[in-house]
Design a protein around this ligand. Structure first.
Ligand code: NAD
Length: 418
């Protein structure tokens, strides 16, 4: 399966192999669990606003189909590759299994810089991608959601394109769409609020008081910004946040509403008054109790894992910590890690609620959604913490073990056809 060869995919495989060794999964079952069931690469030609035609590469990977349809986000970023998408799909599988959702993992992406495309170019690109994916997706087959570089509007275009093709409205083809067209209340905030909830649980577990804590958040997009606001509600002082251009730091605490307003106006955090500029590398090393990587993969590496200063590392992004960094963090028991597949699971949990509401055409209140979200997160957190303590393994090993074991059991029960 050389087509997936890429540092992020190799990292996801290494994490899997370590857990498979621990669970003593036989060799002849490992390939079935590890490698994606299906993947699709498409060329996406679009007319640009300047009259030229450009071709973009698009991908979709469906990791396993054992527990139901596949589910996962769609990413627009210049570094997207099939290998990265496959890694993200694999992590989605373990995340859905850990939280008990009836899905396999999937992920998609287009290699592009969405900031350099106009709104009409983005719409044409999204509709073209959806058109090319039609034989491959469906509300009972594979359901997309937003990820980096995509949002509610992207999901609305996908739903519209798919529905026009089908001849009737199919809201369940995507989640994370606007509430006005079948989205769920609370979906946009779900990932960040879930991260905030688990950090609060980790504060209880580690005996820290929220109002004595400082937080640093890398990435002030959907997940990072909602997490920051959620932490502020719990009484935590958010001292630094960043975007792809760099970060801003004020040890006395940032005025988050002012930061959000500034970012909306300037499309960047650079130059925010009343804070000092820091690079994304410096930001990760700032003194704080809570560190939240909420941007890209492979940010905590062997180069900086020994130097981060937090007590809680809350992995809001997917795959922010490399296995080499994990070896170093294993020697730092003062740091409590909330691993990615647990930490950011709020997004897919409320996506599941949205899908269920769409299939039933029966919609819930925001408090029903939040109440159900926190119950599932609480159960997954308690099961992971319990296994970590009982079996004396890290929180990451516990979370991955629970997820992988559930998929392994389901595959065993269903057997191998023919
Ligand atoms: P987003 O596009 O809304 O925000 C991403 C943020 O990261 C932006 O502020 C961007 O400027 C910043 N960023 C990009 N490159 C960076 C870099 N090199 N250094 C620092 N910051 C950088 O995306 P999002 O939806 O908030 O997703 C963020 C992470 O959370 C991703 O890893 C994604 O896979 C994960 N995630 C998202 C969801 C969801 O519901 N959106 C759910 C689960 C996990």
């Amino acid at each position: 399966m050389d087509i997936y060869n890429n540092p992020t995919f190799n990292m996801a495989c290494r994490q899997f192999d370590l857990v498979a060794d621990r669970l003593q999964i036989p060799d002849d079952e490992r390939g079935r669990l590890k490698f994606p069931k299906r993947s699709m690469t498409v060329a996406l030609p679009i007319h640009c606003d300047d009259g030229s035609t450009k071709v973009f590469a698009g991908y979709r990977v469906q990791h396993h189909l054992t527990l139901g349809p596949t589910k996962g986000g769609l990413r627009y970023h210049p570094d997207v590759t099939i290998g990265e998408v496959a890694a993200l799909a694999m992590w989605m599988s373990w995340k859905c299994a850990l939280t008990g959702l009836p899905y396999g993992g999937a992920k998609g992406g287009i290699t592009c810089d969405p900031r350099k495309l106009s709104i009409t170019e983005l719409e044409r690109l999204t509709r073209r991608y959806t058109q090319e994916m039609i034989p491959f997706i469906g509300e009972k087959v594979d359901v997309m959601a937003p990820d980096m570089g995509t949002n509610e509007q992207t999901m609305a275009w996908i739903m519209d394109t798919y529905s026009v093709h089908t001849g009737y409205t199919v809201p369940g083809i995507v989640t994370g769409k606007p509430v006005a067209i079948g989205g769920s209340l609370g979906r946009r905030e779900a990932t960040g609020r879930g991260v905030g909830y688990l950090i609060n649980r980790a504060l209880d577990t580690t005996g820290l008081a929220a109002n004595n804590c400082r937080a640093v958040v890398q990435g002030f997009g959907n997940v990072g910004s909602v997490t920051a606001f959620s932490l502020a509600k719990y009484g935590v002082k958010v001292v630094a946040v960043s975007d792809m251009f760099g970060g801003i730091y004020n040890p006395k605490g940032l005025d988050l509403a002012a930061v959000e307003k500034y970012q909306e106006e300037k499309k960047s955090l650079a130059g925010f008054p009343g804070a000092e500029a820091v690079t994304n590398e410096q930001l990760l090393l700032l003194p704080c109790e809570i560190l939240v990587p909420a941007a890209l993969e492979r940010q905590i590496t062997e180069a900086n894992a020994g130097k981060i200063q937090c007590r809680i590392l809350a992995e809001a992004a997917n795959g922010p910590t490399t296995p080499e960094a994990d070896v170093i963090l294993d020697q730092r028991p003062e740091i409590f890690i909330i691993p990615d597949i647990l930490c950011n699971a709020g997004g897919v949990i409320v996506s599941y609620f949205e899908w269920v509401q769409d299939l039933q055409s029966f919609f819930w209140t925001e408090s029903e959604v939040m109440d159900k979200l926190f119950r599932i997160m609480e159960t997954a957190f308690a099961q992971t913490l319990n296994m970590s303590r009982k079996q004396k393994v890290t929180m990451r090993t516990a979370a991955l073990s629970l997820g992988i074991k559930r998929v392994q059991e389901a595959k065993k029960l269903r057997g191998l056809f023919p």
